[in-house]
Design a protein around this ligand. Structure first.
Ligand code: PEP
Ligand code: MN
Length: 275
């Protein structure tokens, strides 16, 4: 079994990212573009999302694109740009590692290492990411069972790295009207099975900007620990995933509505039955 990932009665783990404690009962937002595209794009986004209350800035430098002809990300230059943007805005950064070869660059430069859905069972990458000692944001594969998610988390924990945040990002369904199927019940069931924090990614789960706000609010009310969403200064000109990115006014409205719910920034609100 996944003995390190599984939950004893009453047990909850907290993963600190900058000043934010994922798993403490509050709801934290991670926001930023799918891909880092330019200095201006990532700096504007960093300033805006930090000012609106996001606790971390996301941005991809190495992109796992379905087609090899699609934009692959800025690579090392992207990592430098998001790191600088995060420092200027005073917000920690989350960047995906596609391979072990990228870890020596990412580990000293970014605050959280993301393992994407396609790599959830890349066990040597999980082990190497764990050994960096950085918090790891582990996304559920589009076809993974919850047991498989927890065994993947176990690969990180058993290396001695306790800082794992799990992420539900949609599983594969049969209807292309939403990109994936947002498995809120699965995410809540995960929180019954594990002490690790669990967040939602409604951008990749739905593929539609219009559905981000209601699903973030649903995740917050249901008792997840946060959400990671795509936000872009000009979604229509984004180089990847523009159709599932919020613009700045939409993000600001979402943050106001979240605050009106009493989340984020209110630790230990007992909203989920399994707490
Ligand atoms: C992403 O976060 O941009 C991404 C590629 O996500 P996923 O691995 O969930 O598809
Ligand atoms: Mn994306």
């Amino acid at each position: 079994m996944y003995k390190l990932a599984s939950r004893q009665p009453g047990q909850r783990s907290v993963v600190n990212v900058g000043g934010a404690a994922f798993g403490d009962g509050s709801f934290h937002m991670i926001a930023g573009p799918c891909s880092i595209e330019s200095r201006a794009q990532i700096e504007r986004t960093a300033q805006f999302v930090a000012g609106a209350g996001a606790v971390a800035l996301r941005g991809g430098a190495f992109k796992p694109r379905t087609s090899p002809y699609a934009f692959q990300g800025l690579g090392e230059e992207g990592v430098r740009l998001i790191s600088a943007a995060g420092k200027i805005a005073g917000i920690p950064t989350v960047v995906e590692a596609l391979s072990e070869a990228q870890l020596p660059l990412l580990a000293p430069t970014v605050d959280v290492i993301q393992i994407g859905a396609r790599n959830m069972q890349n066990f040597t990458l999980l082990q190497a990411a764990a050994r960096t000692g950085k918090p790891v944001l582990l996304k559920r594969s589009a076809s993974a069972t919850l047991d498989e998610v927890l065994y993947a988390a176990e690969y990180i924990l058993v290396e001695g790295n306790p800082d794992v945040i799990l992420c539900e990002r949609g599983i594969r369904g049969f209807d292309s009207n939403t990109r994936n199927v947002f498995d809120l019940a699965g995410a809540l069931r995960l929180k019954e099975m594990t002490h690790l924090p669990v967040i939602a990614d409604p951008s990749h789960a739905t593929g539609r900007a219009s559905l981000i706000e209601p699903l973030v609010l649903a995740a917050a009310v249901a008792g997840l620990d946060g959400a990671i969403i795509e936000v872009h200064p000009e979604p229509t000109s984004a180089l990847s995933d523009g159709e599932q990115a919020m613009d700045f006014p939409a993000f600001e409205r979402l943050m106001r509505r979240l605050a009106a719910l009493g989340r984020p920034a209110t630790p230990n609100v007992p909203l989920v039955a399994c707490r």
